[in-house]
Design a binder for this molecule. Structure first.
Ligand code: SAM
Length: 283
């Protein structure tokens, strides 16, 4: 009998992975951590039974949450990644020479340590980049207490259950808005609209009072099953999402980074939302 891992995100539907080798399992910490090798997706990391990262398809998620806002903005220097303990978001953000400083605010030190040693290709040395700072703290508390300003805040969180729940609240978005520079952008993983449609509606309602521009774009990530994944966008300025979109090709040519999913054409296309997703946006 082969061993299969079955994800427990939804109570009416799930995906399963054939496990070729279990590499690690720890219970009793802040979150249960498991790592296993699979034939199709490489190494798969789960927290509390939910897929977080696979070495096979993580590039899609990380590239789209990093490069879309960075090229739309055009001059991102200071970045805050909230969550993202696997280091993949830092890796993509730090590909940009314009980025002078990136602080990772992760609630669970065990995820950072674990991923650094067991999934080194995901962070690819980013934790050791001199521009990177690691803060072990609750993102909600950090954002409420910091007096720093950021050009880009990437909320690379778990789903809105467990410790990640606070990263989907209006209080947190309000603090993100206070910590953003005038042209700054906040992006986040906003669930899979076909299965988690309320996340789009809730995020829009909770952000609308605090930002001039609130929207969503999409990416297709195989292990975040159920069709397109929605990526949330918010800014005090409409410029990055309107004028910025006309500039991205020139910016990419002037300061290219190596990608496997992101292209300037895809960047523009990602903002074209299917009607079933548009209908979830109250405005
Ligand atoms: N791409 C992933 C996904 O959507 O499945 C998310 C990856 S990343 C590993 C998510 C990280 O967010 C986890 O390491 C978790 O510990 C962290 N996290 C959850 N709640 C947090 C909070 N309140 N403050 C900071 N980090 C948090």
């Amino acid at each position: 009998m082969s061993d299969w891992f079955r994800e427990s995100l939804y109570d009416h539907w799930s995906q399963s992975f054939l496990i070729s080798r279990e590499l690690y399992r720890s219970q009793g910490g802040m979150q249960d951590i498991a790592l296993f090798e699979t034939p199709g997706f490489g190494r798969v990391l789960t927290l509390d039974g939910i897929i977080q990262v696979t070495t096979g398809d993580e590039f899609i998620y990380h590239e789209m949450l990093a490069h879309v806002p960075i090229y739309a903005h055009g001059a991102v220097r200071s970045v805050c990644v909230v969550g993202g303990g696997d280091g993949g978001m830092l890796r993509e953000v730090l590909k940009h020479r314009s980025v002078e400083h990136a602080v990772l605010v992760e609630i669970d030190a065990a995820v950072v340590e674990f991923c650094r040693s067991h999934m080194p290709t995901v962070s690819a040395g980013a934790f050791d980049d001199p521009r990177c700072e690691i803060v072990i703290a609750d993102g909600l508390k950090f954002m409420a207490e910091t007096d720093r300003k950021f050009d880009l805040i990437v909320i690379d969180s778990t789903d809105p259950i467990g410790p990640g729940g606070v990263l989907f609240t209006e209080a947190f978005y309000k603090d993100c808005a206070r910590r953003l520079t005038a042209e700054g952008i906040v992006v986040n993983q906003n669930g899979v609209p076909f299965l988690q449609g309320e996340e789009i509606t809730d995020t829009w309602r909770r952000r609308r009072p605090h930002f001039a521009d609130v929207g969503f774009y999409v990416a297709a990530v195989p292990t975040y099953v159920g069709g397109f994944m929605a990526l949330g966008w918010a800014s005090h300025s409409t410029r990055p999402r309107t004028e910025g979109l006309d500039q991205i090709h020139a910016r990419f040519v002037a300061a290219p980074v190596a990608t496997r999913y992101y292209t300037p054409d895809l960047h523009r296309a990602a903002f074209a939302l299917p009607r079933y997703i548009q209908e979830l946006i109250p405005g």
